[in-house]
Write a protein that binds this ligand. Sequence first.
Ligand SMILES: NC(=O)c1ccc[n+]([C@@H]2O[C@H](COP(=O)([O-])OP(=O)(O)OC[C@H]3O[C@@H](n4cnc5c(N)ncnc54)[C@H](OP(=O)(O)O)[C@@H]3O)[C@@H](O)[C@H]2O)c1
Length: 365
Amino acid sequence: MQSTVFITGGTGLVGADIIRRLLRDDSVERVIALVRGSKQTALPRLVDSVQKLESAPLEVRMLEKLTVVCGDVTQAHFGWPQQDWLACARRVTHIIHSAADVRFHLPLEDARRVNVGGTRIMLAFAEQAADAGSLRHFAYISTAYVCGDRGGVILEEGDVCLPRFTNSYEQSKWECEQLVREAFADLPATIFRPSIIVGDARTGRTNAFKALYMPLRFIARNLLGGVVPPGDAPLDVVPVDYVSRAVCHVLLSCKGAGHTLHLTAGAARSSSAAEIAVRARLAAGLPGVPDPLPQNASARRDSAGAQVLASFAPYMTCRRDFDDTNTRAALAGSGITVPAFRNYLDVIIGFCLETGWGKRLPQAA
Ligand SMILES: NC(=O)c1ccc[n+]([C@@H]2O[C@H](COP(=O)([O-])OP(=O)(O)OC[C@H]3O[C@@H](n4cnc5c(N)ncnc54)[C@H](OP(=O)(O)O)[C@@H]3O)[C@@H](O)[C@H]2O)c1
Protein backbone atom coordinates (compact mmCIF):
# COMPACT_ATOMS: atom_id res chain seq x y z
CA MET A 1 0.00 0.00 0.00
CA GLN A 2 1.46 3.36 -1.02
CA SER A 3 2.05 6.03 1.60
CA THR A 4 1.95 9.80 1.73
CA VAL A 5 4.16 11.04 4.55
CA PHE A 6 3.83 14.54 6.01
CA ILE A 7 6.90 15.73 7.92
CA THR A 8 7.90 18.80 9.93
CA GLY A 9 11.49 19.81 10.75
CA GLY A 10 12.82 18.64 7.36
CA THR A 11 15.51 21.33 7.28
CA GLY A 12 16.94 20.00 10.56
CA LEU A 13 19.36 17.11 10.97
CA VAL A 14 16.83 14.45 11.94
CA GLY A 15 14.11 15.54 9.51
CA ALA A 16 16.50 15.77 6.54
CA ASP A 17 17.93 12.31 7.20
CA ILE A 18 14.41 10.87 7.45
CA ILE A 19 13.39 12.59 4.20
CA ARG A 20 16.35 11.22 2.22
CA ARG A 21 15.39 7.72 3.40
CA LEU A 22 11.69 8.19 2.58
CA LEU A 23 12.51 9.47 -0.92
CA ARG A 24 14.30 6.16 -1.61
CA ASP A 25 11.52 3.98 -0.20
CA ASP A 26 9.36 2.46 -2.93
CA SER A 27 6.38 2.15 -0.58
CA VAL A 28 6.34 5.94 -0.20
CA GLU A 29 4.55 7.70 -3.03
CA ARG A 30 4.89 11.27 -1.75
CA VAL A 31 6.71 13.17 0.97
CA ILE A 32 5.13 16.47 1.98
CA ALA A 33 7.51 18.65 3.99
CA LEU A 34 6.29 21.66 5.97
CA VAL A 35 9.00 24.33 5.87
CA ARG A 36 9.06 27.86 7.24
CA GLY A 37 9.56 30.80 4.90
CA SER A 38 8.44 31.82 1.43
CA LYS A 39 7.87 29.73 -1.70
CA GLN A 40 11.17 31.07 -3.05
CA THR A 41 13.24 30.00 -0.05
CA ALA A 42 11.53 26.91 1.40
CA LEU A 43 12.30 24.38 -1.35
CA PRO A 44 15.98 25.33 -1.82
CA ARG A 45 16.51 25.38 1.94
CA LEU A 46 15.03 21.91 2.34
CA VAL A 47 16.87 20.41 -0.63
CA ASP A 48 20.10 21.93 0.63
CA SER A 49 19.66 20.32 4.08
CA VAL A 50 19.00 16.91 2.54
CA GLN A 51 21.78 17.25 -0.06
CA LYS A 52 24.35 17.93 2.67
CA LEU A 53 23.76 14.40 3.96
CA GLU A 54 24.30 12.82 0.54
CA SER A 55 27.57 11.97 -1.17
CA ALA A 56 26.10 12.37 -4.69
CA PRO A 57 23.55 14.82 -6.15
CA LEU A 58 19.97 13.89 -5.30
CA GLU A 59 18.36 11.97 -8.14
CA VAL A 60 15.55 13.61 -10.10
CA ARG A 61 13.21 10.67 -9.40
CA MET A 62 13.71 11.31 -5.66
CA LEU A 63 13.06 15.04 -5.96
CA GLU A 64 9.89 14.34 -7.96
CA LYS A 65 8.42 12.61 -4.91
CA LEU A 66 8.93 15.69 -2.74
CA THR A 67 6.38 18.44 -2.16
CA VAL A 68 7.40 21.40 -0.04
CA VAL A 69 4.62 23.40 1.58
CA CYS A 70 5.31 26.67 3.41
CA GLY A 71 4.00 26.99 6.92
CA ASP A 72 4.67 27.32 10.61
CA VAL A 73 3.73 24.73 13.23
CA THR A 74 2.92 27.45 15.75
CA GLN A 75 0.20 28.95 13.54
CA ALA A 76 -3.38 27.65 13.49
CA HIS A 77 -3.74 25.50 10.34
CA PHE A 78 -0.02 26.20 9.70
CA GLY A 79 -1.10 29.71 8.63
CA TRP A 80 -3.10 28.30 5.67
CA PRO A 81 -6.77 28.69 4.77
CA GLN A 82 -8.66 26.03 6.75
CA GLN A 83 -9.94 24.24 3.63
CA ASP A 84 -6.37 23.75 2.34
CA TRP A 85 -5.32 22.36 5.73
CA LEU A 86 -8.25 19.91 5.75
CA ALA A 87 -7.58 18.84 2.16
CA CYS A 88 -3.94 18.13 3.01
CA ALA A 89 -4.88 16.16 6.15
CA ARG A 90 -7.20 13.96 4.07
CA ARG A 91 -4.28 12.94 1.78
CA VAL A 92 -1.87 12.01 4.54
CA THR A 93 -1.25 8.42 5.67
CA HIS A 94 1.72 9.03 7.99
CA ILE A 95 2.89 12.07 9.97
CA ILE A 96 6.30 12.75 11.52
CA HIS A 97 6.56 15.74 13.84
CA SER A 98 10.25 16.52 14.18
CA ALA A 99 10.20 20.35 14.26
CA ALA A 100 11.23 21.90 17.55
CA ASP A 101 13.23 24.70 19.05
CA VAL A 102 16.14 22.72 20.49
CA ARG A 103 17.86 25.57 22.32
CA PHE A 104 18.40 24.52 25.95
CA HIS A 105 17.91 27.78 27.80
CA LEU A 106 15.06 29.72 26.17
CA PRO A 107 12.57 31.29 28.56
CA LEU A 108 10.08 28.48 29.27
CA GLU A 109 7.21 30.36 27.61
CA ASP A 110 9.19 30.65 24.34
CA ALA A 111 10.15 26.96 24.37
CA ARG A 112 6.51 26.07 25.08
CA ARG A 113 5.21 28.29 22.28
CA VAL A 114 7.12 26.38 19.59
CA ASN A 115 7.38 22.92 21.09
CA VAL A 116 4.12 22.47 23.01
CA GLY A 117 2.10 24.80 20.76
CA GLY A 118 3.50 23.14 17.63
CA THR A 119 2.75 19.65 18.93
CA ARG A 120 -0.83 20.65 19.77
CA ILE A 121 -1.31 21.89 16.20
CA MET A 122 0.26 18.74 14.71
CA LEU A 123 -2.04 16.55 16.83
CA ALA A 124 -5.06 18.52 15.58
CA PHE A 125 -3.84 17.91 12.02
CA ALA A 126 -3.41 14.18 12.76
CA GLU A 127 -6.92 14.04 14.21
CA GLN A 128 -8.29 15.46 10.94
CA ALA A 129 -6.39 12.79 9.01
CA ALA A 130 -7.70 10.10 11.38
CA ASP A 131 -11.29 11.39 11.04
CA ALA A 132 -10.91 11.25 7.26
CA GLY A 133 -9.79 7.61 7.61
CA SER A 134 -6.43 8.19 5.94
CA LEU A 135 -4.03 8.24 8.93
CA ARG A 136 -2.09 5.07 9.64
CA HIS A 137 0.59 6.32 12.03
CA PHE A 138 1.80 9.49 13.79
CA ALA A 139 5.42 9.77 15.00
CA TYR A 140 6.44 12.34 17.59
CA ILE A 141 10.19 12.96 17.94
CA SER A 142 10.84 13.65 21.61
CA THR A 143 14.11 13.37 23.55
CA ALA A 144 15.47 10.82 26.01
CA TYR A 145 16.22 13.76 28.30
CA VAL A 146 12.59 14.28 29.28
CA CYS A 147 13.91 12.23 32.23
CA GLY A 148 15.40 15.50 33.57
CA ASP A 149 18.06 14.86 36.20
CA ARG A 150 16.94 11.31 37.03
CA GLY A 151 19.73 8.74 37.21
CA GLY A 152 19.72 4.93 37.24
CA VAL A 153 17.80 2.86 34.71
CA ILE A 154 15.41 5.02 32.69
CA LEU A 155 12.47 3.02 31.34
CA GLU A 156 10.55 3.81 28.19
CA GLU A 157 7.23 3.59 30.00
CA GLY A 158 5.80 3.67 33.47
CA ASP A 159 7.64 6.65 35.00
CA VAL A 160 4.82 8.71 36.38
CA CYS A 161 6.61 11.20 38.63
CA LEU A 162 7.47 14.65 37.33
CA PRO A 163 11.25 14.90 36.89
CA ARG A 164 13.39 17.89 37.87
CA PHE A 165 14.35 19.40 34.54
CA THR A 166 17.81 20.67 33.67
CA ASN A 167 16.53 23.27 31.23
CA SER A 168 13.38 24.66 29.54
CA TYR A 169 13.93 22.49 26.45
CA GLU A 170 13.56 19.27 28.46
CA GLN A 171 10.49 20.57 30.26
CA SER A 172 8.74 21.69 27.06
CA LYS A 173 9.48 18.32 25.39
CA TRP A 174 8.09 16.49 28.47
CA GLU A 175 4.91 18.58 28.22
CA CYS A 176 4.67 17.68 24.50
CA GLU A 177 4.84 14.00 25.40
CA GLN A 178 1.90 14.39 27.78
CA LEU A 179 -0.19 15.77 24.90
CA VAL A 180 0.80 12.90 22.58
CA ARG A 181 0.15 10.34 25.31
CA GLU A 182 -3.35 11.77 25.87
CA ALA A 183 -3.93 11.33 22.12
CA PHE A 184 -2.97 7.62 22.25
CA ALA A 185 -6.67 6.84 22.86
CA ASP A 186 -7.67 8.36 19.51
CA LEU A 187 -4.56 8.15 17.32
CA PRO A 188 -2.10 5.43 16.27
CA ALA A 189 0.86 7.39 17.63
CA THR A 190 4.41 6.56 18.78
CA ILE A 191 6.80 8.67 20.84
CA PHE A 192 10.47 8.33 19.82
CA ARG A 193 13.10 9.43 22.34
CA PRO A 194 16.58 9.80 20.83
CA SER A 195 19.51 10.66 23.11
CA ILE A 196 22.27 12.97 21.80
CA ILE A 197 22.38 12.77 18.00
CA VAL A 198 25.50 13.08 15.85
CA GLY A 199 26.06 12.54 12.10
CA ASP A 200 25.95 9.35 10.06
CA ALA A 201 28.04 6.56 11.62
CA ARG A 202 29.34 5.36 8.24
CA THR A 203 30.10 8.68 6.55
CA GLY A 204 30.22 11.17 9.42
CA ARG A 205 27.91 13.41 7.41
CA THR A 206 25.81 16.00 9.22
CA ASN A 207 24.09 19.17 8.03
CA ALA A 208 24.54 20.98 11.36
CA PHE A 209 27.29 21.32 13.90
CA LYS A 210 25.15 22.01 16.95
CA ALA A 211 24.64 20.11 20.22
CA LEU A 212 27.57 17.74 20.96
CA TYR A 213 29.55 19.26 18.07
CA MET A 214 30.02 22.42 20.13
CA PRO A 215 32.15 20.86 22.90
CA LEU A 216 33.77 18.48 20.35
CA ARG A 217 34.88 21.49 18.32
CA PHE A 218 36.53 23.12 21.33
CA ILE A 219 38.23 19.83 22.23
CA ALA A 220 39.43 18.91 18.73
CA ARG A 221 40.74 22.42 18.11
CA ASN A 222 42.65 22.43 21.37
CA LEU A 223 40.70 25.45 22.58
CA LEU A 224 39.86 24.20 26.04
CA GLY A 225 43.26 24.57 27.60
CA GLY A 226 43.29 22.86 30.97
CA VAL A 227 39.48 22.57 31.15
CA VAL A 228 38.58 18.87 31.24
CA PRO A 229 35.07 17.56 30.55
CA PRO A 230 33.56 16.64 33.90
CA GLY A 231 32.49 13.25 35.14
CA ASP A 232 32.96 9.62 34.23
CA ALA A 233 29.26 8.88 33.62
CA PRO A 234 28.33 7.31 30.25
CA LEU A 235 27.23 9.94 27.72
CA ASP A 236 24.52 8.43 25.52
CA VAL A 237 25.13 9.28 21.84
CA VAL A 238 23.43 7.87 18.72
CA PRO A 239 24.13 8.43 15.02
CA VAL A 240 21.44 10.09 12.92
CA ASP A 241 21.25 7.16 10.49
CA TYR A 242 20.17 4.89 13.37
CA VAL A 243 17.49 7.39 14.41
CA SER A 244 16.11 7.90 10.90
CA ARG A 245 16.18 4.21 9.96
CA ALA A 246 14.42 3.26 13.19
CA VAL A 247 11.76 5.98 12.82
CA CYS A 248 11.06 5.08 9.17
CA HIS A 249 10.89 1.35 9.89
CA VAL A 250 8.56 1.67 12.88
CA LEU A 251 6.40 4.34 11.24
CA LEU A 252 5.87 2.59 7.92
CA SER A 253 5.39 -0.86 9.45
CA CYS A 254 2.87 0.71 11.89
CA LYS A 255 4.52 -1.00 14.85
CA GLY A 256 4.84 0.61 18.27
CA ALA A 257 1.53 2.53 18.26
CA GLY A 258 0.62 3.63 21.78
CA HIS A 259 4.21 3.17 22.96
CA THR A 260 7.35 5.15 23.75
CA LEU A 261 10.61 4.02 22.16
CA HIS A 262 14.09 4.93 23.38
CA LEU A 263 16.48 5.51 20.45
CA THR A 264 19.48 5.33 22.73
CA ALA A 265 22.80 3.52 22.88
CA GLY A 266 22.62 2.34 26.51
CA ALA A 267 25.45 2.53 29.03
CA ALA A 268 27.39 -0.44 27.59
CA ARG A 269 27.70 1.27 24.18
CA SER A 270 28.44 4.69 25.65
CA SER A 271 31.70 6.34 26.66
CA SER A 272 32.29 8.96 29.32
CA ALA A 273 32.84 12.57 28.30
CA ALA A 274 36.48 12.27 29.41
CA GLU A 275 37.01 9.20 27.16
CA ILE A 276 35.26 10.95 24.27
CA ALA A 277 37.53 13.98 24.72
CA VAL A 278 40.69 11.83 24.54
CA ARG A 279 39.43 10.00 21.43
CA ALA A 280 38.36 13.26 19.76
CA ARG A 281 41.78 14.80 20.39
CA LEU A 282 43.59 11.76 18.99
CA ALA A 283 41.27 11.69 15.93
CA ALA A 284 42.14 15.36 15.37
CA GLY A 285 45.86 14.57 15.48
CA LEU A 286 46.45 16.05 18.94
CA PRO A 287 47.98 14.31 21.95
CA GLY A 288 45.30 12.55 24.03
CA VAL A 289 46.01 14.72 27.08
CA PRO A 290 45.71 18.49 26.52
CA ASP A 291 48.61 20.86 27.14
CA PRO A 292 47.31 23.70 29.30
CA LEU A 293 47.05 26.91 27.27
CA PRO A 294 49.79 29.42 28.19
CA GLN A 295 48.64 31.80 30.95
CA ASN A 296 48.30 34.71 28.57
CA ALA A 297 46.62 32.72 25.78
CA SER A 298 43.05 33.71 25.40
CA ALA A 299 41.19 33.62 28.69
CA ARG A 300 38.19 34.44 26.52
CA ARG A 301 38.47 31.15 24.61
CA ASP A 302 38.89 29.28 27.86
CA SER A 303 35.73 30.76 29.28
CA ALA A 304 33.73 30.19 26.05
CA GLY A 305 34.77 26.53 26.16
CA ALA A 306 33.95 26.29 29.84
CA GLN A 307 30.49 27.74 29.14
CA VAL A 308 29.82 25.14 26.44
CA LEU A 309 30.94 22.38 28.78
CA ALA A 310 28.79 23.78 31.58
CA SER A 311 25.62 23.54 29.47
CA PHE A 312 26.46 19.86 28.79
CA ALA A 313 27.59 19.10 32.36
CA PRO A 314 24.22 17.65 33.48
CA TYR A 315 24.44 15.11 30.62
CA MET A 316 28.07 14.27 31.36
CA THR A 317 27.82 13.79 35.11
CA CYS A 318 24.52 11.96 35.68
CA ARG A 319 24.97 8.20 35.80
CA ARG A 320 22.07 6.62 33.93
CA ASP A 321 21.25 3.79 31.54
CA PHE A 322 18.41 4.07 29.04
CA ASP A 323 16.44 0.84 28.66
CA ASP A 324 15.29 0.19 25.06
CA THR A 325 13.18 -2.97 25.36
CA ASN A 326 10.28 -1.55 23.29
CA THR A 327 12.64 -0.38 20.55
CA ARG A 328 14.40 -3.72 20.26
CA ALA A 329 11.00 -5.44 19.97
CA ALA A 330 9.82 -2.98 17.29
CA LEU A 331 13.08 -3.33 15.31
CA ALA A 332 13.35 -7.13 15.65
CA GLY A 333 14.20 -8.71 12.31
CA SER A 334 14.87 -5.32 10.63
CA GLY A 335 18.66 -5.52 10.95
CA ILE A 336 18.67 -2.00 12.44
CA THR A 337 21.01 -1.82 15.42
CA VAL A 338 22.76 0.96 17.28
CA PRO A 339 26.59 1.10 17.22
CA ALA A 340 28.82 2.12 20.13
CA PHE A 341 30.03 5.75 19.80
CA ARG A 342 33.64 4.66 20.35
CA ASN A 343 33.39 2.65 17.09
CA TYR A 344 32.55 5.62 14.83
CA LEU A 345 33.79 8.68 16.74
CA ASP A 346 36.81 8.88 14.39
CA VAL A 347 34.45 9.02 11.38
CA ILE A 348 32.47 11.86 12.98
CA ILE A 349 35.58 13.91 13.77
CA GLY A 350 37.05 13.08 10.34
CA PHE A 351 34.02 14.66 8.61
CA CYS A 352 34.29 17.75 10.85
CA LEU A 353 37.95 18.22 9.91
CA GLU A 354 37.37 17.50 6.21
CA THR A 355 34.61 20.12 6.01
CA GLY A 356 36.22 22.70 8.29
CA TRP A 357 33.42 22.15 10.81
CA GLY A 358 30.78 22.87 8.18
CA LYS A 359 32.52 25.66 6.24
CA ARG A 360 33.05 23.42 3.19
CA LEU A 361 29.81 21.40 3.08
CA PRO A 362 28.47 20.57 -0.40
CA GLN A 363 25.61 22.83 -1.51
CA ALA A 364 22.56 21.70 -3.48
CA ALA A 365 23.01 22.39 -7.20
N1 LIG B 1 19.79 16.85 17.69
C1 LIG B 1 19.74 16.15 18.81
O1 LIG B 1 20.77 15.83 19.43
C2 LIG B 1 18.39 15.66 19.32
C3 LIG B 1 18.39 14.74 20.37
C4 LIG B 1 17.18 14.25 20.85
C5 LIG B 1 16.00 14.67 20.30
N2 LIG B 1 16.02 15.58 19.28
C6 LIG B 1 14.71 16.00 18.73
O2 LIG B 1 14.72 15.70 17.34
C7 LIG B 1 13.95 16.67 16.64
C8 LIG B 1 14.77 17.24 15.52
O3 LIG B 1 15.96 17.80 16.05
P1 LIG B 1 17.09 18.38 15.10
O4 LIG B 1 18.40 18.16 15.76
O5 LIG B 1 16.86 17.90 13.71
O6 LIG B 1 16.75 19.93 15.21
P2 LIG B 1 17.24 21.13 14.30
O7 LIG B 1 18.36 20.70 13.42
O8 LIG B 1 17.42 22.32 15.20
O9 LIG B 1 15.96 21.40 13.39
C9 LIG B 1 14.78 21.92 13.92
C10 LIG B 1 13.75 21.91 12.81
O10 LIG B 1 12.51 22.43 13.33
C11 LIG B 1 12.06 23.44 12.42
N3 LIG B 1 11.21 24.40 13.13
C12 LIG B 1 11.50 25.06 14.26
N4 LIG B 1 10.47 25.87 14.57
C13 LIG B 1 9.52 25.68 13.62
C14 LIG B 1 8.23 26.24 13.38
N5 LIG B 1 7.70 27.17 14.20
N6 LIG B 1 7.52 25.82 12.30
C15 LIG B 1 8.05 24.90 11.45
N7 LIG B 1 9.28 24.35 11.61
C16 LIG B 1 9.98 24.75 12.69
C17 LIG B 1 13.33 24.08 11.91
O11 LIG B 1 13.05 24.82 10.77
P3 LIG B 1 13.94 26.10 10.31
O12 LIG B 1 14.96 25.56 9.36
O13 LIG B 1 12.96 26.99 9.64
O14 LIG B 1 14.54 26.71 11.54
C18 LIG B 1 14.15 22.81 11.64
O15 LIG B 1 13.71 22.20 10.46
C19 LIG B 1 13.51 17.71 17.66
O16 LIG B 1 12.18 17.46 18.02
C20 LIG B 1 14.44 17.49 18.83
O17 LIG B 1 13.81 17.83 20.06
C21 LIG B 1 17.18 16.08 18.77
